[in-house]
Write a protein that binds this ligand. Structure first.
Ligand code: NAD
Length: 438
């Protein structure tokens, strides 16, 4: 805290000084932010603790902008909900995604908090519980998981386990009366997806699939260009998602646990993102698999798979996923008046837009810089918003089921070496729920 703010805090401060008004000066707003975050009443200089607590929407804080209107918009302050009002999450599976991305993302959440952990490794769970302030009594293992139904703090179970375990834990969570946020791919088969949807419907619980890209700003901006036909009609899309996978013993290379290879794990981003930005459903798929089975990594699942999607409006997409090439995650949209896309398109950070279009005798190539928000915080807060306001998540179970139906058709096409026709649908965004709040 700066010395000038410390000096100011030494004087008694009354509640009315803390209630924000948009006409207040930067100084008073800065003071409010500082006091709220430092909880500075220990010295007795603040009238009462209540004076520091924001109790509802009326107490939202804002600050006067520092920059001129010529600069990039920053948007409002986060104004997170008070902790006691947030939706509580149990994290199931403490592996890479949970520890590297999801748990840290709670720090950026406004409506969500972590309240329970589920792990097969008690020592790891105890360590993580200390790191994130989770009570020891809210640690579960895979056997005693069902007793989570007695934990009133838990509203949502977020399943971050190997793919083959998604269905079992979704169904057990629904039976325990909890809403479910489940990682992609939703499950290993269409039949499992259907069982998961049914279980959540019967328990009157919400089911959302964690398609973080559908909540991400740059991808959402591309969706807007496509839907508004800013550059004319879309003729073709090329999407790639690949990485060079390591340890041959990991579950991702085990067919029973993973369901499939690069398609189920990373190729699904190409498929789901194209469905998201266009709102359209493919009517035909045609695929080929390229796997060196002498490579110890690929004894059970496919390495590279190329698949073509055909759409009723004449648009086509060429997609490729791989487990044996240097990481590359991008897409390019070929429209009538421009080509544009994201490179990279699918990582957790650093997504970059590009576009190229003609202007007179110039070809303009641009790399606009979009906002960079935490995708996991955005998706969890959307789930929390849906629970609080009884809305269907934007990426519900039906969205995951539709991907799985297409994935099964892609594998069938590769196996038969011929195109496979898909069910035809009229309309856009047929499997999505309520749009996320801005
Ligand atoms: P991981 O292997 O790092 O973690 C899996 C966790 O499950 C570990 O804690 C492991 O101990 C536990 N587990 C329980 N039973 C297991 C078993 N029988 N075999 C192996 N592990 C078992 O995996 P991850 O990368 O965290 O992926 C977990 C899920 O998250 C997968 O469904 C994956 O597709 C998904 N994922 C999504 C994203 C995304 O960006 N949305 C990124 C990575 C992973």
């Amino acid at each position: 805290m700066s010395q000038s703010i410390l000096n100011t805090l030494e004087k008694p401060v009354e509640r009315r000084h803390f209630l924000f008004r948009s006409t207040q000066t930067i100084l008073s707003a800065t003071l409010l932010g500082s006091v709220a975050s430092y909880g500075a009443d220990a010295s007795g200089t603040i009238a009462s603790h209540d004076a520091l607590v924001s109790t509802g929407p009326a107490d939202k804080i804002s600050l006067s902008p520092l920059d001129a209107k010529t600069e990039q918009e920053k948007g409002p302050l986060p104004n997170p909900d008070p902790m006691e009002q947030r939706i509580g999450y149990a994290i199931v599976g403490l592996g890479h995604l949970a520890l590297e991305e999801v748990l840290p993302a709670f720090g950026a959440c406004k409506k969500s908090k972590v309240v329970a952990l589920v792990s097969g490794d008690k020592d790891k769970a105890l360590t993580v519980a200390k790191q994130y302030g989770v009570s020891e009594k809210s640690i579960y293992d895979y056997q005693n998981f069902d007793s989570i139904k007695n934990n009133k703090e838990v509203d949502v179970v977020y399943i971050i386990l190997p793919n083959s375990m998604h269905a079992e834990f979704t169904i057990r969570s629904a039976k325990a009366g909890k809403h479910v946020l489940c990682e992609k791919p939703m499950a290993n088969t269409v039949s499992e997806c259907e069982q998961m949807i049914k279980a959540c419907e019967e328990a009157n619980r919400k089911l959302m699939i964690a398609y973080r890209i559908q909540y991400e700003g740059n991808n959402t901006e591309i969706k807007r260009y496509v839907r508004d036909e800013k550059y004319g009609k879309i003729k073709n899309i090329v999407a790639v998602n690949g990485q060079n996978i390591g340890d041959p013993k990991q579950w991702r290379l085990n067919k029973k646990l993973a369901g499939g290879g690069s398609l189920a794990d990373v190729g699904i981003y190409c498929l789901n993102t194209i469905r998201f930005i266009t709102g359209e459903e493919p009517t035909e798929v045609y695929a080929q698999i390229f796997t060196d089975t002498s490579d110890p990594r690929f004894k059970e699942v496919e390495d590279t798979i190329n698949f073509q999607l055909t759409f009723a409006n004449g648009m086509r997409a060429m997609c490729s996923s791989s487990y044996s090439q240097h990481q590359s995650r991008n897409y390019r949209i070929y429209a009538e008046r421009a080509y544009l896309g994201l490179d990279p398109a699918f990582p957790y950070h650093g997504i970059q837009m590009y576009r190229s279009y003609a202007d007179g005798n110039m070809e303009i190539y641009e790399m606009p810089k979009g906002a960079s928000e935490n995708q996991f915080a955005l998706e969890m807060d959307h789930m929390s918003d849906c629970i609080r306001n009884n809305k269907k998540p934007y990426t519900p179970g039906e969205e995951g089921l539709q991907d799985m139906s297409i994935i099964e058709a892609i594998y069938l096409s590769a196996q038969q070496n011929k195109p496979v026709q898909l069910k035809k649908y009229d309309g856009k965004d047929l499997f999505r729920g309520t749009l996320p709040e801005k």
